[in-house]
Each structure stands twice: as structure tokens, then as C-alpha cells.
Ligand binder design. Structure first.
Ligand code: FAD
Length: 632
């Protein structure tokens, strides 16, 4: 029997405690998760699982587990690894694990989220976590983390903020010492601002943004072929539909946001040279570029946010699906020296002699992207005199200062595999698209929002690791649809045959509206969703702030069953449906909506039985039966 004192302790510390056990005289350490299963305690260290039948408490506030099925005499549980204060750095927390002070039993609140660390539940041992990086690792890693992020571009920085806010122990390695100073992305959409809202940075980001009135496609004579106008005011995400911004400024804000999290440590000027998946952990070899020293880093998961030339992608060994789009464009960023009459919309100049894009970037910033066509070459197009010649239809050298003029070759590529074991890819490492829709970085930030909550559930032993596979199944179709639309836009703009261009113009002018009202990102692919899921929940006002960062069930007339209340209560909250969603739910003929932490709809239901169905689906899809759902 498990004594009441031990039982109540374990119930107070449901996530995990550090165990020291002795096998053949050598001390090892491991993590115990979900200790109580009826009258037994389960312990896993390095993948070995011990079933025990008896627990007793020693006077020094540690617990001795006896009655093993295996010939190990004792498991001594010595304290919670995250009992230290939330302001203690992750590194010092780690150091405290080896001590045995009874104070470490104290509850890790108020940031109970800071308790998540290096284990994860494997599918076959859904009630326990395998321990990572113990004394048996041949070369002892200098640092262990739950998640190691490779690369601190905008996507790595977004992911680090998302995981930091969830309390995971995160380590980030970035090769460069500074934010990449050249402007690249110029546009993000309302969904991305909503992700910034979720990490508490929307207010910091917004002042450095500008609005835009739309995007028009015009022919060589300046005649509008089609276009999209952006209605003013908030869109369905509760924020403006579109924002113009400067990528270096945004990245600076995202990096500053990381300073809020003691559980996120960032190492600039550190290049990841290798990533090895050992099955029970990943090990990174990281080189400090200042002094050339190398360090071994252990983590439960590695996420490659390391851009187009990703090392992580090589480690995963995936091929790239290539849409065959490889076109050099000269990208010219400028600052206006004086007021100049220029469009307030982005303009795609579908001129067969010189395809070009104009982007009112916000403030004094204006960008032109000009396709490199003969007789220009990549070299000649970047020469200052030639740059001004190319800009002559719009501005003179007195009007602007050139910030940079660089040729980029735009690609359309999607990695075939985004995960291998404990290693995952996101952002440009996983997919690249031409920038005609301004969606490359947006897609990477959507990846981060999709994966962050799944990592938390898996590392927290509340879901099996198969949940991580839904990251690609959900995100890849979404990314592909956007990439294909960007490629289609590119092929309209990039037509250089005058006859084809003339036929195109005639058709588009004859059929106004044929290109639709604008670009709307699609829903998610199948994964951790019910059949009625996959869309984004609209955000009336700042609803997300009320929903919190976990699941939310928003009910109308439906009275959730006890089972649904217990299940969803463990994953998040159940709330009375706030005002503002009536017409959206009406169109779906639904009363209740279950929203995931990334604000995508898990599913909708009409009544209590329908909510029970969603509960069942959720229990199998991502809760691995661990969340206490009983049989119907
Ligand atoms: C001209 C242009 C216009 C664009 N316009 C838009 C737009 O309007 N909207 C939009 O959404 N997107 C746009 N994009 C795309 C956008 O810039 C990229 O999608 C975005 O930068 C990708 O972010 P990332 O974090 O995945 O990769 P990156 O920004 O490339 O960051 C990767 C980071 O990883 C680091 N790194 C790499 N290897 C290692 C290693 N081994 N160890 C440690 N660190 C490593 C790198 O130093 C880098 O900091 C545009 C791109 C271009 C070129």
C-alpha cells in the first residue's frame, strides 16, 4: 500500500520528481512521472521501467520504493527538480537537482509551468517519462534542456517565446551575435499578430508596424488587372488583417521578449555543428565562435529553426519537394528623403519587359523588387548606377537613399519530412516560398504556434509522442496551399512573353472577380482535430486573453457531462461562450466550440452528446488516455 503521506505528496507533485536509485551499487538518477497507479509506483530511468509495490517515507523527506519486480533494492525520491523559485535560472535549477535538501519538495508554484523539463512520455510508456542525460551519457553534456532550438531568426525567436511562456526549459543556439540587419520580410497578417498577443508582445510589436491598403496587379500600361483591398479595422483575428514592418526590428522585439523567461537561455555566437538523436535524448555539439570551444548539450527535443541552409534538415535526411520556382529578383530597400507620390497599396507590375513589385513598407521605407531579366545579370543588376536606372520609373536619386540592393533567388520548396524521432524542422528550414504574398515568415511562425503546445503536452507526459506527427500533417497542406498560391501569383507577374502577357491581360480584364476577393490562408490538414475542426476561431475583442494558453471549451446552451468537465478541465477550461461568436457558430449550426491552445478549432458540437464525442476523439488523438476520461 502507498502511505497516505506519500500519496498526498505525489498528488501535489503530479509532474515529476527526481529519483535516485542504486543498481549494482552505482547511483543513478532518473525522473518519476505520474507515480501513482492504483497501489503501485512506476519509475523509469533511461528507458528501463520498474514497477513497485510499496513506498515508505524516510525521515529526511525522501521516499524509498520497495517491492520491485526487478532486482533493484530501492528507489529514493529526492525532490522536485523545479522546486526552486521561478526566477532562479534554469542552470542553477539544474545544479540543485543533485542536492537532497528537503526544501526542494516544496511546490514549484507560482510558476508551476516552470516544472517541465527534460523527459518525455514515449508511446509505449505513456505513464512515465524516459530520463535524458544521466551519468551514463558517455561524455557528460554541459547542459540539459527540454528543448534545444537551433537558430534565432524570427521563427526560432517566436518558438522560444512560446515555449518560454509555457514554462519549458529551453536553450537556444544562434550562430550570429546580432540580428540579421538586412530587411527581408515586410508583411505579416492578423493571425501572426495574434500569436504575438499570445506571448504578450503584441503591444511591443504594434508601434513598429504600419497598415497597407491592399495589393493591385497592373499591366504594362498601369491598368488594374485585379486586386485586393484591405478593409480598415480589425479582421477576424481581432487585429488588422495586414501589417507592414521591418524584420530586424521585429526580431529585436522578439529577442527582448525572451529576457522575461528564466527558463530560456540564449547563446548567441554559438554554432550547432552536429545533432545526434540517441533515441532517449538528442545531443548537440555546439561551437562557441568566439573561442572555438565546443560543448555537448543534451535535450529531449531539438527543433531546427536554422533557415534555408538548415543543418537540422540534413540531420533529418529529408528530401525537398521542389516546385521548380527559381527566379532571381533584385530587392531594393530605400528610405524616402522627401515626400514622393507613390501608391499606398502594394503593386505587382505585370510588365513583360520588366516584372516588378512595389511595397509601401511603412514610415519612410519603400521597397521595390525587380525581376532580373536579360541583359541584366545578377552582378550588373546590383551596381548602384543600374539600381537607380531601374528605379527611374518611380523615383530619382534625390528622392531616396538606398538601404540595400541585393539579388535574392526566390524558391518554392517543401521538406518531405519535418520530424525524425526527437528532431523537428520549422520555418525556412522546412519550407520556402516566393515572397509575393508576404507569407514565408508567417508560415514559420504558424509552425511554431502549432508545435509549441504539442511539445508541452508530450514533454509533460500528458500525450504520447505521436502527437508530434500531427505537426506536419496539419501544417504541410497549409504551407503547400500558400506556396502554390504564391507560385501562381509569381507566374502571373513573371510572364515575359508579350503575346502571353497580352492574352493574360485580356482575360483578366474581361473577367473581373475571377481571381477572388483576396488571399485567405486555408485551414489545417488532418491531425489533432475532429472532423469539424481546422479553422481559426474568430477573435471578438481580445477574447484570447480570457481563453488563456491551454484548451478552452466555449459552451452556449450545452451542459457538459461530468466526463467532459473532468477531461477538459485537465486540459484547460470550460467557459460560457462570450458574445461575438453567435453568427460564426450559427453558420456551423453549432452551440459549443473546443479551441486548441493555438486558437485553431478542435471541433464544434450542437449538444452535450456532441461534446462527449469530441471528448472521446480528443482522448484518443492527443491525450493518450492519460487525462482521466472514463469509459462511456
Ligand atoms: C526579399 C524577401 C522578402 C520577404 N518578404 C516576406 C514577407 O513579406 N512576409 C513574410 O512572412 N516572409 C517574407 N520573407 C521570408 C522571411 O524572411 C523568411 O521566411 C524568414 O526570415 C524565415 O525565418 P527563419 O527563422 O525560419 O529563418 P532565418 O531568418 O533564416 O533564421 C535562421 C537563423 O538560424 C541561424 N543558424 C543557421 N544555422 C545555424 C547553426 N548551425 N547553428 C546556429 N544557428 C544557425 C542563422 O544564423 C539565422 O539567424 C521574405 C524573404 C525575402 C528574402
Amino acid at each position: 500500500m502507498i502511505p497516505d503521506a506519500v500519496r498526498s505528496f505525489v498528488e501535489e507533485q503530479p509532474v515529476g520528481v527526481l529519483a535516485t536509485y542504486r543498481a549494482d551499487g552505482s547511483a543513478r538518477q532518473g525522473v518519476v512521472y505520474h507515480l501513482l497507479e492504483g497501489d503501485t509506483v512506476r519509475v523509469t530511468t533511461e528507458g528501463k521501467r520498474f514497477k513497485t509495490g510499496d513506498v515508505s517515507r524516510t525521515p529526511r523527506a525522501s521516499y524509498c520504493v520497495t517491492g520491485h519486480e526487478r532486482p533493484f533494492p530501492c528507489v529514493t525520491l529526492e525532490g522536485s527538480p523545479f522546486a526552486s523559485s521561478p526566477t532562479t535560472s534554469a542552470r542553477s535549477r539544474r545544479a540543485s537537482w543533485s542536492g537532497s535538501s528537503a526544501a526542494r519538495w516544496s511546490n514549484p508554484s507560482p510558476t508551476t509551468r516552470a516544472r517541465r523539463w527534460i523527459g518525455w512520455c514515449s508511446r509505449s510508456t505513456s505513464t512515465v517519462c524516459t530520463v535524458l542525460g544521466t551519468s551514463t551519457v558517455p561524455e557528460r553534456p554541459r547542459r540539459h534542456a527540454a528543448v534545444a532550438i537551433v537558430g534565432l531568426g524570427p521563427v526560432g525567436a517566436a518558438l522560444a517565446n512560446l515555449l518560454g511562456a509555457r514554462g519549458l526549459d529551453v536553450v537556444v543556439y544562434e550562430r550570429e551575435t546580432d540580428v540579421y540587419h538586412q530587411p527581408r520580410a515586410a508583411h505579416f497578417d492578423g493571425e501572426i499578430m495574434r500569436v504575438f498577443q499570445s506571448i504578450g508582445l503584441a503591444e511591443a510589436v504594434e508601434p513598429n508596424t504600419a497598415t497597407i491598403d491592399g495589393m493591385h496587379f497592373v499591366n504594362a500600361d498601369g491598368q488594374k488587372l485585379f486586386g485586393f483591398d484591405v478593409p480598415p479595422g480589425p479582421g477576424p483575428n481581432g487585429w488588422n488583417r495586414d501589417y507592414m514592418f521591418s524584420q530586424p526590428e521585429l526580431e529585436t522585439t522578439l529577442r527582448a521578449g525572451l529576457a522575461r523567461f528564466a527558463n530560456v537561455s540564449v547563446h548567441l555566437g554559438h554554432e550547432v555543428d552536429s545533432i545526434q538523436d540517441h533515441g532517449d535524448r538528442v545531443e548537440l555539439i555546439v561551437r562557441d565562435r568566439a573561442d572555438g570551444s565546443t560543448h555537448h548539450i543534451g535535450a529531449a527535443i531539438a527543433v531546427g529553426c536554422d533557415g534555408a541552409r538548415s543543418l537540422t534538415r540534413e540531420v533529418i535526411g529529408t528530401e525537398l519537394f521542389d516546385y521548380g520556382f527559381d527566379q532571381p529578383w533584385l530587392v531594393i530597400d530605400t528610405n524616402l528623403r522627401r515626400p514622393v507620390e507613390l501608391p499606398t497599396v502594394a503593386v505587382q507590375y505585370c510588365d513583360p519587359t520588366r516584372p516588378a513589385t512595389f511595397i509601401p513598407h511603412g514610415g519612410r521605407r519603400r521597397r521595390w523588387e525587380i525581376m532580373v531579366t536579360p541583359p541584366d545579370t545578377i552582378d550588373s543588376a546590383q551596381q548602384p548606377d543600374r539600381v537607380f536606372e531601374l528605379l527611374a520609373p518611380w523615383v530619382t536619386p534625390d528622392d531616396i537613399e538606398i538601404v540595400r540592393a541585393t539579388v535574392y533567388t526566390f524558391h518554392a520548396l517543401v521538406a518531405k519530412r519535418w520530424r525524425s524521432g526527437r528532431v523537428l524542422l520549422m520555418g525556412d528550414a522546412a519550407h520556402q516560398m516566393p515572397p509575393f504574398l508576404g507569407q514565408g515568415m508567417c508560415s514559420g511562425i504558424r509552425d511554431a504556434a502549432n508545435l509549441a503546445w504539442k511539445l508541452e503536452l508530450v514533454l509533460d507526459c500528458r500525450a504520447g509522442d505521436e502527437l508530434l506527427d500531427t505537426y506536419q500533417t496539419e501544417r504541410e497542406p497549409h504551407v503547400r496551399a500558400i506556396t502554390e498560391t504564391a507560385v501562381a501569383a509569381g507566374s502571373i507577374i513573371q510572364t515575359t512573353d508579350p503575346d502571353v502577357a497580352a492574352a493574360r491581360d485580356a482575360q483578366l480584364i474581361a473577367e473581373p472577380g475571377a481571381m477572388g476577393d483576396g488571399f485567405e490562408p486555408p485551414g489545417l490538414g488532418a491531425g489533432a482535430l475532429s472532423a469539424s475542426g481546422g479553422a481559426l476561431l474568430p477573435q471578438p475583442g481580445r477574447l484570447d486573453d480570457t481563453l488563456g494558453s491551454d484548451f478552452a471549451v466555449l459552451t452556449g446552451a450545452t451542459k457538459p457531462s461530468a466526463r467532459a468537465r473532468a477531461f477538459w478541465g485537465r486540459l484547460g477550461k470550460i467557459l460560457a461562450r462570450p458574445a461575438g461568436l453567435e453568427s460564426w457558430l450559427g453558420e456551423l449550426d453549432a452551440d459549443t466550440v473546443v479551441v486548441r491552445p493555438d486558437r485553431y478549432v478542435f471541433g464544434t458540437s450542437r449538444d452535450s452528446a456532441g461534446l462527449d464525442d469530441l471528448t472521446d476523439i480528443a482522448a484518443t488523438r492527443f491525450a493518450n488516455g492519460r487525462l482521466g476520461i472514463g469509459a462511456r
